[in-house]
Design a binder for this molecule. Structure first.
Ligand SMILES: CC(C)(COP(=O)(O)OP(=O)(O)OC[C@H]1O[C@@H](n2cnc3c(N)ncnc32)[C@H](O)[C@@H]1OP(=O)(O)O)[C@@H](O)C(=O)NCCC(=O)NCCS
Length: 136
């Protein structure tokens, strides 16, 4: 998977227009807590990826939670079922690891991504994500 990092970054930057540091992704893949990274390949080329991680003891919960950290399909390969196939396989992997609850965070107005996660069975929960930018 480390060999695929440059292509993952290329897809991510194509989608978001944001730069992402190669070391950040490398570190995540190498040292992530029970990380699962899957790719979709078409004609020998990586066209999409999904990265998930498990977390134990977050928010005082005892059970391990599966997090979907990143998902991205090259725009030229969307609406062909690759995203769903990647998501379903990640769910299967989490299930096989004994994970029974899955979470992710999506911007309120990112309807495409929201619909995608809903199609995998995820539902909105009454939680609010809070953030403080300590850079200033
Ligand atoms: C969301 C995304 C992963 C979907 O991948 P995809 O391969 O196009 O999706 P699929 O063809 O497998 O479709 C799966 C389901 O999602 C729904 N869906 C996908 N994109 C959608 C969109 N833009 N609007 C509404 N629904 C959408 C499909 O209708 C389908 O639902 P169904 O199974 O009930 O019919 C892809 O569009 C993507 O990478 N988006 C950008 C994600 C992003 O911003 N990543 C960076 C932050 S991590």
């Amino acid at each position: 998977m480390l060999d695929d990092v440059p292509r993952i970054i290329e897809i991510y930057e194509k989608i978001t227009g944001e730069h992402v540091d190669e070391d950040t992704i490398n570190e995540k893949i190498e040292y992530g807590q029970c990380l699962t990274a899957l790719g979709a390949v078409k004609d020998g080329k990586l066209v999409g990826f999904i990265i998930g991680e498990t977390e134990q003891g977050a928010f005082g919960e005892e059970e391990a939670i599966g997090w979907i950290n990143m998902v991205g399909l090259d725009p030229e390969y969307r609406n062909m079922g690759y995203g769903k196939a990647l998501g379903k396989e990640l769910l299967n992997r989490f299930h096989g690891m004994g994970i029974r609850k899955l979470r992710t965070i999506v911007e309120d107005e990112d309807y495409g991504l929201l619909n995608y996660f809903k199609s995998l069975g995820l539902q909105k929960v009454p939680w609010t994500v809070l953030e403080l930018d300590l850079k200033q």
